[in-house]
Design a protein around this ligand. Sequence first.
Ligand code: 5GP
Length: 237
Amino acid sequence: MEKRELLYEGKAKKLYLTDDKELVISEFKDDLTAFNGLKKASEAGKGALNNKISTELFKLLDSKGIPTHFVKMLDDNHMLHKKVDVILIEVIVRNIATGSLSKNLGLTDGMVLPFTLVEFDYKNDELGDPKLNDQHALILGLVKYQDELDKIRRMAREINDILRPYFADKGLNLVDFKLEFGKDSSGNIILVDEISPDNCRFWDMTTGEKMDKDRFRQGLGGLKMAYEEVLNRILGK
Ligand code: 5GP
């Protein structure tokens, strides 16, 4: 598979065309950003860890019948995947109140939610990723039909139903996470982007320690060690 010209550079990944028009390559970067780009850093090896973690989780979800863009991991920092039209909705799934949910609604940090909450944010850096309801998403034309939003919500819950017990088995509490979806060349809605400690919150079930990007957001240090620990638990090491 030949890596061709750069198509797009995001905060955490670069996207390259290939010699196959249906496939693209993501290069996972070591860059970290938070607070709408106001806080920035780089951590050598972070990109490779996220590539490996995402690869394992996409394989797991594929095996459970969740359609994803994943094709294969090419090397430490590169993943081959399907080219899709990304739906500009960040789908946030929450099992425990923390982060912006606690801040916005005054819910006690760490409160187990009575049911899994699925929220939509508009994927738009200039506007600061504001909250969306279904009508907003339809007015903005992010999808055409209500049933597409229903499908995205249903898939997000199915993914949580797979990942939450999977991580609990490995001593990690899946607190919340962000998913992105896209449409493949046949118009099917599939899971895209990455699933990694950059966009999931993992709390160690014994110590309560944060094992995710909050270590950077909150200046706690030890980010790479935490990501390595997440990968090792996934690999059963
Ligand atoms: P919160 O809304 O509490 O800041 O984030 C909820 C969850 O979604 C967290 O797991 C967080 O990592 C993820 N998340 C929300 N927005 C973004 C985003 O723009 N980028 C990334 N990488 N993760 C996000």
